[in-house]
Ligand binder design. Sequence first.
Ligand code: HEC
Ligand code: HEC
Length: 76
Amino acid sequence: MGRGQKVFLIGLVLLAALIGILVWRNRQPPMLPENENHAGITSGERCLVCHGPEDELTRGRNHPLGFDCARCHGTR
Ligand code: HEC
Ligand code: HEC
């Protein structure tokens, strides 16, 4: 195997590893639970009554930015 081929193969393996890591780290937003807490809310402000920064149910430290909750948290 020539040097060029070796470099190419190593590059390919690294690329595959990188893609694997990105897929693995890609977090999906959880669906809204189907209960009365979550039915019929149309504004993100209502969500923050329970999920605000000071509450026990607050979003985690690594939660994505954004207050238009419905863009990411769908209903079934
Ligand atoms: C009346 C309080 C209350 C309101 C308002 C509320 N939630 Fe919740 N939420 C909860 C509670 C309690 C839980 C956890 C227990 C459960 O499954 O219901 C929860 C769970 C969740 C979860 C699931 C978390 C997980 O780990 O699966 C998401 C997502 C969520 N809420 C988003 C929202 C969004 C978006 C809104 C606005 C549309 C909202 N909540 C409004 C109380 C509330
Ligand atoms: C840009 C997309 C996006 C938006 C906008 C968004 N979320 Fe999330 N949410 C996520 C993702 C992704 C997760 C999963 C995080 C994880 O796995 O660490 C999540 C997780 C949660 C959880 C579970 C606890 C946690 O932090 O893991 C709650 C509760 C929640 N979101 C509530 C809300 C509320 C309330 C709003 C609006 C104020 C909102 N989210 C807006 C993407 C979003």
